[in-house]
Design a protein around this ligand. Structure first.
Ligand code: NAG
Length: 366
């Protein structure tokens, strides 16, 4: 039987080279930080802005997907661009259900191309790899996993991200340092460091973790969750991840100066998210829609795959922190070393939309 494969390319977030103003404007409608302590828990005005509300909903899908995926991979890195998965799914469930001549609209709006596979696992893999290489300009590694032959429709979301810090790291300070994989095992990896980094910081005693936020160019920022103890079990933190929680954290972090070390990363991830989606009670995606109108055969979505690439190195826009960031005066030096398993959340600063999320257990990749 011939298989129909939808290849979908979404969210190719390549690094921005232009320097944008790192000082983001104050959020419209957000309460005065001085007065938040006295407010009772009401719906945050931030989420009353329609675009933020939409971003929060899509992001919550992403946090759920991440949680499910991470639960299935307790000992390996997880890297997701949930937006690319969400867009792929909505392309299927909306466009395809409505339009029978679906190829042109899909290709136009999402850069998608339905492909008919040959049935030869080797040729099909080559075809998909070539397509991904072309779409991602060679940024993603070629896959070696063959296409299982019981597939009817395979939906593939791919994304690549290369981050650029607002404040770049001095590459002369990068050196091989220990990264603790768990309580016993340690590996040496290239670590970037900044002895006088300006970052936003907070200690969460409920989650037993240290949270830090660093700005990236292109109105994005990254939040790190670093447990106080070395552990690969990050479930406590994972369970609390929602758009609302991250938004609250974002407001509570304080600008400080710290000794910062960050591993250089160049990771790729390849995983099936089918089971996670089913676990999230999205089974109906696989039961319907029925695509027989398209193919004349009763076929259904059987598999959803995700490939993601993610990297950061010393590159950044400027050599000094933006003058708008005034670190609070600390009586003790603060250390923030990402030298053990951690979670990162990459968001769009203005809307809070989740762009990438990852669990880094081993910065060398897995
Ligand atoms: C991981 O941590 C959670 C919460 O701290 C705990 O409930 C769970 O049993 C732990 N899982 C494993 C496999 O140790």
């Amino acid at each position: 039987m011939q298989a129909l494969v939808l290849l979908l390319c979404i969210g190719a977030l390549l690094g921005h080279s232009s320097c944008q103003n790192p000082a983001s404007p104050p959020e419209e409608g957000s309460p005065d930080p001085e007065s938040t302590g006295a407010l009772v828990e009401e719906e945050d005005p931030f989420f009353k802005v329609p675009v933020n509300k939409l971003a929060a909903a899509v992001s919550n899908f992403g946090y759920d997907l991440y949680r499910a995926q991470s639960g299935m991979s307790p000992t390996t890195n997880v890297l997701l661009s949930p937006l690319s998965v969400a867009t792929a799914l909505s392309a299927l469930s909306l466009e395809l259900r409505i339009k029978s001549s679906f190829v042109a609209p899909l290709e136009k709006s999402y850069g998608t191309r339905p492909r008919v596979l040959t049935g030869s696992p080797r040729l099909d893999l080559q075809e998909i790899n070539n397509w991904v290489q072309a779409q991602m300009k060679g940024k993603l590694a070629r896959s070696t996993k063959e296409i299982p032959n019981e597939i009817s429709i395979l939906l593939l979301g791919v994304a690549h991200f290369k981050g650029q810090w607002v404040t770049k790291f001095d590459s002369r300070k990068t050196s091989l340092e220990d990264f603790h994989l768990d309580e016993e095992r340690t590996v040496r990896v290239p670590m970037m460091s900044d002895p006088k980094a300006v970052l936003r910081y907070g200690l969460d005693s409920d989650l037993s973790c240290k949270i830090a936020q660093l700005p990236l160019t292109g109105s994005m920022s990254i939040i790190f969750f670093l447990p106080l103890k070395v552990t690969q079990n990050l479930t406590l933190i994972e369970e609390s991840l929602t758009s609302e929680f991250i938004h609250d954290i974002d407001r509570e972090l304080k600008t400080v100066q710290a000794v910062l070390t960050v591993p250089k990363l160049k990771l790729s991830y390849e995983g099936e998210v089918t089971k996670s989606l089913q676990e999230m009670k999205l089974q109906s995606l696989f039961d319907s829609p029925d695509f027989s109108k398209i193919t004349g055969k009763p076929i259904k979505l059987t598999q959803v795959e995700h490939r993601a690439g993610f990297e950061w190195n010393e590159d950044g826009a400027g050599a000094t922190p933006s003058p708008g960031l005034q670190p609070a005066h600390l009586t003790f030096p603060l250390d923030y070393h990402l030298n053990q398993p951690f979670i990162f959340v990459l968001r769009d600063t203005d809307t809070g939309a989740l762009l990438f999320i990852g669990k880094i257990l081993d910065p060398r990749g897995t």
